[in-house]
Design a protein around this ligand. Structure first.
Ligand code: SAH
Length: 218
C-alpha cells in the first residue's frame, strides 16, 4: 500500500486537481510520505488527505503541499536556478520541508513543538537531506538571523499576516500562508514583495491548524 503504484495514483490525482509544475510533481513522486507517518497510518500515506501526527497537529494534504510549493516557486527560468533561501514555519513531521528542500538550495525551518521537530530532524536525516536547519521557537517571529528569504512558507494559520515575515522577505520574494480562524474560514494567500510594496492574491479556501503566536510549547 506504500508501493510505487499508490504513489503514481497520488500524482495522477494532483494533476487532476490542477498541479502543473513537473519539478514539484517529480519530487512528490519520489518523496516517501509513508515514512513521515506512524505505522498504523502509513497505509493511507498516498491518499490526498491530511492525517494526524500527534500533539493535535496534522501532516498537510498532498494537494495543499503541492499547491503552496508551486505557488511560491512561481515561473522560474532555468538560468535562475533554484531559490537560494527558504524559511518554513511549522515543520510538523517535516514532509513539506522534505519537498521544498529538494527544490531550493537551503531551508530554515521553525517549529514550536520540540518532539515534532525531533521527528522531522530524524525523518530528513534518514532521507539523506542535509540542506535544512531547524529551530525550536515561535515561528511567527521568522528567523531574522538568516533573512532575507526568497521564499517563506507557513503551514499554520495566523489571524493576520505577521509583520516579521513580511520584513524578512527578500525583494522579489514570495510568501505563502493561510490566514484566518479555524471557525471563520481561512484563505491561502500568496504575497509578493516589490521593494517596499507588497501584492497579495487569494489562492483558495483552506483549513489549517492555527499558528500560535508568542508561545513555544513542550
Ligand atoms: N509542514 C507540515 C504541517 C505541519 S502542521 C507538513 O508538511 O505536513 C503545522 C505545524 O505548525 C504544527 O506542527 C504546529 O505545531 C506548528 N506551529 C503552530 N504555530 C507555530 C508557531 N507559532 N511557530 C512554529 N510552529 C508553529
Amino acid at each position: 500500500m506504500t508501493s510505487q503504484r499508490t504513489r503514481e495514483r497520488m500524482i495522477a490525482s494532483l494533476l487532476d486537481k490542477g498541479i502543473k509544475n513537473w519539478a514539484v510533481l517529480d519530487v512528490m513522486r519520489t518523496t516517501p510520505r509513508h515514512m513521515f507517518l506512524d505505522e498504523a497510518l502509513s497505509h493511507r500515506a498516498y491518499e490526498d488527505t491530511a492525517l494526524p501526527i500527534g500533539f493535535n497537529q496534522t501532516i498537510s494534504q498532498p494537494y495543499v503541499v503541492a499547491r503552496m510549493t508551486e505557488a511560491v516557486l512561481g515561473q522560474r527560468a532555468p538560468e535562475q536556478g533554484k531559490p537560494a533561501r527558504v524559511l518554513e514555519i511549522g515543520t510538523g513531521c517535516g514532509y513539506q520541508t522534505a519537498v521544498i528542500s529538494q527544490l531550493a538550495e537551503r531551508v530554515w525551518s521553525v517549529e514550536r513543538i520540540q518532539p515534532l521537530l525531533e521527528k522531522a530532524r530524524k525523518n530528513l536525516s534518514v532521507l539523506g537531506i542535509r540542506n535544512v536547519r531547524f529551530k525550536h521557537d515561535d515561528g511567527s517571529l521568522g528567523w531574522a538571523e538568516h533573512a532575507p528569504f526568497d521564499i517563506i512558507i507557513a503551514a499554520a494559520a495566523p489571524q493576520q499576516v505577521p509583520s516579521e515575515l513580511l520584513n524578512q522577505l527578500a525583494d522579489g520574494g514570495r510568501l505563502v500562508l493561510p490566514v484566518g480562524s479555524e471557525r471563520g474560514g481561512q484563505e491561502l494567500l500568496l504575497i509578493e514583495r516589490h521593494g517596499d510594496e507588497f501584492s497579495s492574491r487569494v489562492l483558495e479556501a483552506v483549513n489549517f491548524v492555527p499558528l500560535y503566536v508568542g508561545q513555544v510549547q513542550y
